[in-house]
Design a protein around this ligand. Sequence first.
Ligand SMILES: [Zn+2]
Length: 496
Amino acid sequence: MGNDGIQRSMGRFHLVKRCLWTTTITTLFHPLAIPEAHAFQGPYHEEVTKKATAYFEFGSETAKAVITGNLNADAKPSEPLIGEGEWFKPEAHFDNETFSDGSARIRAKFDSAVANIVAGNKDLAIEDIGRALHAIQDFMSHSNFVVNSPNDAIDLFNLTDPTSADRAKGVDCNTGKGPLSTGYWYYTDLEIAQTLAKKVTRPSNRCMHDKLHKDKPDCPAGAALHEVAKKRAVDFSIDFIQRIKTKLDKLHPGKGLFDVLVKDGDRCKAVFLAHPELALKKKLVPRPAINWGNGKAFFFNGDKYTRYDIAKGAPDPGYPKSIDAQTWPGLWTSGIDAALKWSSDTAYFFKGNQYIRYRIKPDVVIDKSHPFPGFPKTIDEKSWPGLWGASGIDASVEWGPSGGALGILTNKAYIFNGNEYVRYSVLTGKAETTHKVVTAQSWNGLCANGIDGAVNWGNGKVYLFKGNYYFRFDVKKDKVDPGYPQPVNSSTWPGL
Ligand SMILES: [Zn+2]
């Protein structure tokens, strides 16, 4: 939230500054000033980009960000929030016949966009795409391509500078006819520009930008050619985005990375698309976990368990160990579904339609507590009113900021089965809710159709596991922390 506010106000400042700059330059250098448009003017870049992103059903926020990235290419070096403004870079606008450099820049933006999407840097990827589209659109406006070959294909990724034979031929600056060329820019006339841009000398048989461009309807080329340039700019913008999509599908088939790039507003949908296993309804491997209340947590897996040091965020040496009569007397030796800390001295373990009430004696021997007598018992309406009876449970977790780690009786627990959950009262020993469905709404950003395991870390955070991913839930804020899910791997959960 805080960051958003800063970004918005900087955005406003950014716009004001840009206007001031334009005014200052015009006043100082008029009538030798820089022509007012260096490109398709803002509204046309916006119109073309909107059409191209709409073709791929970009979300409105994402589309807006692509347009911002696009217009950043026409900004002064210090202006944009991301990267540098490229007003003085001919290759960012295909000015001065910089075909080879312009193509190299498009290829670089393409590679960078793909790498950023794969790395999860959506904002940077959008900026790359916006800037590449800017050059593609400028090519159609600044070159004589649509004059000579309005319907042809051209590979903007692999243009080369004019050959000497082409250089020898002239370009007719009234009609634009002649070898492929782009307009030259008046950098040479401006001291300020000379310090910032490569000095360029226009060959006598080449045209000024002012003569050749189709940036706006009242350009020398005429409104009709302006429309053709826009149309082709849309085509080639779509082609660029399609290439990104194709590349992502090829690199990571089935990951839906392009959809993650495009979507906004419905984060869960994007998360599902990126990690399809989070949406699976079928039961995954259970991941029972419990905070024992003494600075240690236990994770069970098959017939093994691992003791985790909560402060270190790492397993204790010598684990995993076997679940046996020595380590966990009276407990099942494999296949536990869920574990639940009930109070400072009581825990429950669940397996199938049965449960065991276990005495926690953290002060005596960490791994050698004992079950209460008479267990296991059956999970039914009498023992656990309001649960799912014989169909058992998938996961359970004690609730509250301390998670019982301070020895305080937590008075709520959440218990999960399939895509449903129930809130349980420790004080009354009864369900407080009916069977509710786990959704991103009911669990504020938990984009998973049910979970396999959960553990209250005792520091205000609860970890919720689904398949090979986990979410961190902030108890006080009552929502999933930003940036989750994350994969469960050797750096996030060493030893699991
Ligand atoms: Zn431009």
